[in-house]
Ligand binder design. Structure first.
Ligand code: GAR
Length: 202
């Protein structure tokens, strides 16, 4: 089916700077083949929901805690994807692992940004600042970010894009996180969103 634009849902848990990078890329014309129509947070206080509201995009809070089980949580996510006729799901700082039951429903239709060069510092337990703490503890001189398809293996799906970032002497996890966002994540995530959206529409 030929579509003009892929309908995108962005799943978030926190500050939402990667969501913002996607919204800015829509504004500036880097993303033309897709449109964010839904933002879902598993954290009701996520600033990402405020960013969605400011951009006039529907925001939903879906809570695993309130729904009690992973199955109920994922069923609510699936319902939202169906209600909003979502073509592409973007995990942008979404701090919850999705089961095979969910990921297999959306094969090559879920992408994630990870703040390291996979296969380094990835998989269960590696998220947010912990990734940068581990990179600094190991003493790597280069790190970066990866955008990949999401399958049943945490951070294990096919790689779509990567960008390297230098680690500097005296870096703190926070400083490194910021540099990886600025020099890698906010660039390659919007580019990957455009690439996959274009493929969906063609
Ligand atoms: C980003 O660095 C993202 O790569 C990371 O969390 C941060 C979210 O920031 N995601 C993971 O670690 C997922 N495994 P944001 O809310 O400002 O986009």
């Amino acid at each position: 089916m030929l579509k003009e634009k892929a309908r995108i849902a962005v799943l978030v848990s926190g500050g939402g700077t990667n969501l913002q990078a996607i919204l800015d890329a829509q504004e500036s014309g880097i993303i033309t083949s897709g449109e964010v129509v839904l933002v879902i947070s598993n954290n009701k206080d996520a600033y990402a929901l405020t960013r969605a509201a400011k951009a006039n995009i529907k925001g939903l809070y879906i809570s695993k805690k309130e729904l009690k089980t992973q199955a109920a949580f994922e069923a609510a996510l699936v319902n939202a994807m169906e209600d909003y006729e979502i073509d592409l799901i973007v995990l942008a700082g979404f701090m919850s692992i999705l089961s095979e039951g969910f990921t297999s429903r959306f094969t090559r239709r879920i992408i994630n940004v990870h703040p390291a060069l996979i296969p380094s510092f990835c998989g269960k337990g590696y998220y947010g600042l912990k990734v940068h703490e581990a990179a600094l503890a190991k003493g790597v001189k280069v790190t970066g970010a990866t955008v990949h398809f999401v399958n049943e293996i945490p951070d294990g799906g096919e790689i779509i894009a990567q960008k390297a970032v230098e680690v500097l002497d005296g870096d703190t996890p926070q400083a490194l996180q910021r540099r990886v966002m600025e020099q890698a994540e906010w660039i390659i995530l919007p580019q990957a969103v455009e690439k996959i959206s274009k493929e969906i529409c063609s």
